[in-house]
Design a protein around this ligand. Structure first.
Ligand SMILES: Nc1ncnc2c1ncn2[C@@H]1O[C@H](COP(=O)(O)OP(=O)(O)OP(=O)(O)O)[C@@H](O)[C@H]1O
Ligand SMILES: [Mg+2]
Length: 326
């Protein structure tokens, strides 16, 4: 991996100017970008509360977890804040395949001067710890318990990290930062939506200094996010269409909360639906392909009714069944 250009932030930037939030706060940032700084997504819309929480993580060395339903923009939010601060950033997906060795490091055979030798190769945790890097543990609640205990050690601010095999203690770089995203709050899959998540150890949850929540946003804000992603719809009729789509999504979320549906439409799905509308030029067909086909067959009539309520037109009956040749 390439080295970071700077070892510490060398300027302060105004939160008002960079993130458009009404505050006089200034936060440290880097002047130069290296390969690990995520690309700026100019269409990204920052949620003020979550942004301030993430900024506290960067400027005050707080351990920040962003929690919320799927597809609400958690992972991208942290990356986009880092992108604006030119802060190098590494995202690790804590799915079931990540092992302790991936995080800590392992002995590997390398060829040196024509000879095969065994050499310790640092995992991502010791690598990041020694650099001004923001390490993001994505899908934190999906991590296996043995993996989570590796992380526990670095959750404390001065958390030193011991490489047992190496007999070496690593002190965290003063500008190393740690973030996580998760769908649950560590209490397991209570809603039934997040199969594969784990109940987290509470001694570990306790070590996160800030837990910010990013759930669904007010309708106008969600419409603005979808329009930012699909600017081709930014004209009168297009905006109305997106508003109706967001209205359908809201009904699925209410239906889910009331127990009528076992699934719900995330902002990510609304964006996909809007993109598919551009491809198929038919909102109903795009709806079927982006969301309806993911729903349980018995729940499709309910979802179709939501569509009818928001769009004033019926969905094709044959779409309610998967068994039929379509
Ligand atoms: N505020 C926003 N502005 C612009 N785009 C957004 C915003 N929020 C979400 N998106 C878009 O929605 C999609 C989903 O975002 P992201 O992957 O960050 O969600 P997530 O909350 O991490 O989801 P999951 O829980 O499934 O991991 C991305 O394509 C992202 O660009
Ligand atoms: Mg994510």
């Amino acid at each position: 991996m390439t080295e970071t250009v700077l070892t510490h932030p060398d300027r302060m930037v105004s939160v008002r100017e960079v993130f458009g939030i009404d505050t006089d706060l200034k936060v440290p940032a880097f002047a130069e970008r290296d390969d690990h700084v995520p690309d700026v997504d100019t269409a990204y819309r920052f949620n003020p509360d979550v942004t301030l929480a993430i900024l506290a993580g960067f400027s005050r060395n707080r351990r920040v977890m962003v929690q919320g339903l799927h597809g609400t923009g958690k992972s991208t939010h942290i990356e986009q804040v880092a992108a604006r601060l030119n802060w190098p950033c590494v995202r690790v997906n804590l799915d079931g395949h990540i092992s302790r060795l991936d995080l800590v490091g392992k002995d590997a055979i390398v060829v040196r001067d024509g000879l095969q030798v065994t050499e310790f190769q640092e995992g991502i945790v010791p690598w990041a710890l020694q650099r001004p890097v923001a390490l993001i543990f994505d899908e934190y609640d999906a991590g296996r318990p043995d993996v989570m205990f590796v992380i526990q050690r670095i959750l404390e601010r001065d958390g030193k990290f011991t490489l047992l095999d190496q007999n070496r203690v690593i002190h965290p770089h003063p500008w190393f930062r740690l973030f996580a995203t998760s769908n649950t709050v560590g209490l397991g899959n209570l809603s039934g939506l997040y199969h594969g998540t784990q109940v987290l150890n509470h001694a570990q949850m306790d070590r996160w200094n800030i837990v910010a929540t990013l759930n669904y946003l007010p309708r106008e804000e969600e419409v603005a996010i979808v329009l930012a992603r699909v600017p081709g719809k930014n004209y009168d009729k297009g905006r109305q269409l997106i508003a109706s789509m967001v209205a359908v999504a809201e009904l699925t979320r209410k239906g889910f909360a009331a127990g009528d549906l076992s699934t719900l439409m995330s902002p990510r799905t609304v964006i996909t639906w809007a993109e598919n509308c551009e491809i198929f030029r038919n909102p109903a067909l795009a709806f079927r392909l982006s969301f309806l086909n993911k729903c349980d067959e018995v729940e499709r009539p309910i979802v179709a009714e939501y569509y009818q309520r928001c769009f004033g037109e019926e969905l094709d009956e044959s779409w309610m069944r998967t068994s039929e040749a379509q």
